[in-house]
Design a protein around this ligand. Structure first.
Ligand code: PRP
Length: 195
């Protein structure tokens, strides 16, 4: 993996998160409790910042899913690993995602959470790769549309690395690059065998 190159700065993220929080606070109001459902693991930083900037009553839930597939290739099938703990029946639910890529995860989550019979289900995502969409899924509150690049930071990872960067950066996780690194690590051993 290459070193991350800044795509969205810390300041831009903080401004956008504040704007989203203001909009969400205005649109839901004080009358009903809003349940923020963070999708593990990637949403944990976005959710923490967004939740603290809201000015309306809110509670936090987490949910975990796993998508079938290997490496960066997804088959589109999503499996529930951990459901919400609290009762969300008749409550307003806002799913909080770090990234919408193909859209399969968010589409699955909307259907799954609707089965709990909440008052409403809406969606919030920090970034979306619009050109990667494979299913039609609505993002009610969106931070940024980005291109088809591998991004890390602010919760997003590549092979569990770089989640805690304060900005969103682009990396190049090419197979060729990884193969080169692995081959380089083996060079001393190959030389020793040849000697
Ligand atoms: C990411 C992200 C979404 C999902 C989106 O999770 O957090 O949940 O992929 O992809 P999709 O739109 O193609 O369905 P990931 O599987 O990387 O797990 P993580 O959040 O634990 O990093």
């Amino acid at each position: 993996m290459s070193l991350p190159v800044v795509l969205i700065s810390e300041e831009e993220i903080q401004q956008r998160v504040a704007a989203l929080a203001e909009r969400i606070s205005n649109e839901y109001g004080d009358d009903d409790e809003l349940v923020l459902v963070g999708v593990l693991k990637g949403s944990f930083i976005f959710l923490a910042d967004l939740a603290r900037k809201l000015t309306i009553p809110r509670t936090i839930e987490f949910i975990a899913v796993s998508s079938y597939g290997s490496g960066s290739k997804s088959t589109g099938a999503v499996r529930l690993v951990m459901d919400v703990r609290g009762n969300i029946e008749d409550k307003h639910v806002l799913i909080v995602e770090d990234i919408v890529d193909t859209g399969h995860t968010l589409k699955y989550l909307i259907g799954m959470l609707e089965s709990h019979r909440p008052a409403s289900v809406k969606t919030c995502a920090l970034v979306r790769k619009a050109e990667r969409a494979e299913v039609d899924v609505n993002v009610d509150y969106l931070g940024f549309d980005i291109g088809d690049e591998w991004v890390v930071g602010y919760g997003l990872d590549y092979a569990e690395q770089n989640r805690t960067l304060p900005y969103i950066g682009v990396v190049k996780p090419t197979d060729e690059f990884d193969a080169f690194i692995h081959a380089a690590a083996l060079w001393p051993l190959l030389r020793w065998i040849q000697a």
